[in-house]
Structures are given as C-alpha cells and as structure tokens.
Design a protein around this ligand. Sequence first.
Ligand code: NAD
Length: 402
Amino acid sequence: MSIFDSPTLNKLMSIPPNAKEMLRKPEKKMTINISVWLDSKTLVICEGYVVYHNTVRGAAKGGIRIAGNVTLDETTDLAERMTLKTALVGIPFGGGKSGIRMDSKNLSSYDKKEIIKEYVHLLRNDLVSGAYIPAPDMGTGPKEMAIIYGELHIPECVTGKPVGIGGLPGRKEATGYGVATSAIHACKKYLKKEVKGVKMAVQGFGNVGSWAAHFLNEKGAKVVAISDVSGGLYNKEGLDINKLSEYVKTKGVVSGFPGADKLSNEELLALDDIEVLIPAALENVINEKTAPKIKAKIIVEGANGPTTTEGDKIIDNNGIILVPDILANSGGVIASYIEWRSSKSGSMTPVAEVYKSISDLIINSFERMADLGKKEKLSNRNASTVLATQEVINAMQERGWI
Ligand code: NAD
C-alpha cells in the first residue's frame, strides 16, 4: 500500500486531494525484459522494473537493485521512499528506482556487465535525457555504474561511479557515513552521551552495513554483533571491524571470522546488551514476530524499509526510538547529488566537503523531525513523513501541478 493511502498519515495531515491522487500512484511504471547470453553460454531473460514515483522536485533518482526476489511492488515502494527521502533532506531530485529480478550471487562480472549493458540499451532515452539518474543499490556498485557511464559517455547520467572516472570521493561510503552520523546524533540526543563505548549491532555487512560499522568503530562505538546472509558474529568486547572487512574481502561473507561466537540474524535483533540496533540489509526484518524481542533503546534504519507497519507500532509502544530510513540512509543520495552537480560542472569536490554536507543535511533534518515530533507528539517515522510530504506538496503548488 502506498504511504499516501495510509490512514495514519491522512489523520496527521491534510493532503490536498489532487496531490494525494498524484502521489498514491507512481508517475511511471515500466516492466522491461532483459535478454542476455551469460558466461555459461545460456540465454537468460529476466524481468526488470523501472519506476518514477514523483518528479515534481527534480529528475527521478534512485538505485538499481539486482536480486532474485525483486518485484514491481517492491520497486514502487522503494521509488516512493526516494521521493520522501530527497524531499526530507532538501535535495532537488524526485523519486525513482530500478529492480532487476536476478540472483546476483550467481552472476559473474561478465554476466553483470551484459545485464547492465542491456538495461542501458532498453532505457537509453531516459538516461540520456536525464529523466532518471541511477545509482548503486543491493547487488550493484561502482563497477556497474562505470558500465552505464561507458555506454553513454555522459558524466551526470549516473552517480556512484568509480572515483577515477568522474565519481565522487566519499560516495562509496556515503550511505554508511550518514547512518553512522544518525546513530551518533541519536546517542547524543536520546541517550545523552557520546557514542564512545556504546554497544551496537549491525545487520548486513555490504556497502551500507560495513561502512556504518567502520565509521562507528572509528568514533569508539563497540560494534559487538554483525550479521550477513551467511549468519552472524558476536563478541561482547567488540568486533575488530578492520580485520573483519579484510576477511570479507577474501571470503565474501562474515561467517568463519575468528575470535567471535556465532549467532543467528534473529538473535542479533534480540540482543539484550546493545543500546543501538542498525538493520542494514533487508526489508521487513523488524515485524510483529521480531519487534517484541528487541531490547535496544535506539534503532537506526540503514536499510530501506526494514520495519513493517506492525513492527513500527510495537517499537513505538515499547518506547524504542527509531531513526527512519528516509533520514538515516540519505547520505547516499546526498553524495549522489554532489556527484551529479560536480559531473555537470566539471568541478571536483573534496571528500571532507562531502562528509560535511552529509552531516549538515542529516543533522538539520534530524532536528526538524525531532522538533515537529515534540510539538505534535509524533514518532520520528510520522514526523519525517509529514515534513517530507509537505515539501512535495509545496513543490506541486509552486509548479502549478495542483
Ligand atoms: P549490499 O548488497 O552491498 O549488501 C547487502 C548485505 O545484506 C550483505 O551483507 C548481505 O550478505 C546481507 N544480507 C542479504 N541477505 C541477508 C539475510 N537473509 N540476512 C541477513 N543479511 C542478509 O547492499 P547495500 O547497498 O548495503 O544495501 C543494503 C540496504 O541499504 C538495502 O535496503 C538498500 O536499499 C539500502 N540502501 C543502500 C544504499 C547504497 O548506497 N548502497 C543507499 C540507501 C539505502
């Protein structure tokens, strides 16, 4: 269901009927068929989805996900979140997303290259015109963005490129940096303490989870648990994040890392000695089954949509503070905006400036969300959604859409 149909949101704010009609459905939904010959000499035809949710504030912006369970509904939901995310942090982009239904684990780099080239072939007009600007998401990274650039030779048509070909220093780690910034700010605000020594658990050790853990570890947080698709690790003294990153570079997964106990993904969520929990892998992991068991005081959503509506209610009733995805993981799109701007102008942006922009925009939006929440007695989820929706409505009025 679209968030704009949610009875809670419609009780909290009055969305003009025309705006609601435009927002409850995406502007454009496309299904594409990507046919490629794989390395194994087999022909594969996989379905892909491209959704532009709303572009009143700018071009559709959102990552490309490659995963075996991607659906059109999921891609639509993620595009809608992008509309809200860019609006909340004040980035002049709209919301978009792509999903390619293919299990990325079984693909060679040749296979991925062929799939991305075909994706570009099918979407060329929108990419060349700048109507949609892709970036990495689960199953894609700088390499795939480099292939898109290589097919089009337009620097601003894609973000998340490798630094050597017009990418932005700091983009790769930007989402994790923003998640860490959100967690640090939440500790100060709600626990009234610095992050040093605060025990945390991170689910997911891909792009978002590994960089979030890296920056939090650097600031002295004790990351006691990490998990990924292979299972989880626990060490009550804190895991050695640098050694774990090296280990994952060679082994591909966290399991088997020495000096830590094993634990399951469900056990990680329910740990009783952590203050901050960071789901940074999958959707819907905090739900009616798992939410009642959560003992952490703060949840920082690194992943998109890790908490279901039922999970949200339980978290809220149990007095757990949640920093929502549209704020916590916005570092990636903030850096993408800086990369797009630099690519268009041909200028270079130093990494310190990238980090500063991410911190400034996230902390500023965090405070606006918290202020509204305090004034209107709203959860962070509701306050952030109201603020972002209002920005989109304002833009619709300014552009004469409504
Ligand atoms: P990734 O592919 O780099 O990593 C995903 C991680 O999740 C891996 O460690 C994988 O092992 C783990 N995982 C997969 N299945 C799992 C399971 N069943 N149980 C536990 N762990 C599992 O993806 P990513 O880019 O880090 O994205 C993670 C989340 O963050 C997604 O929801 C994505 O939409 C969101 N996000 C990513 C970015 C970005 O810049 N990459 C930006 C904003 C939001």
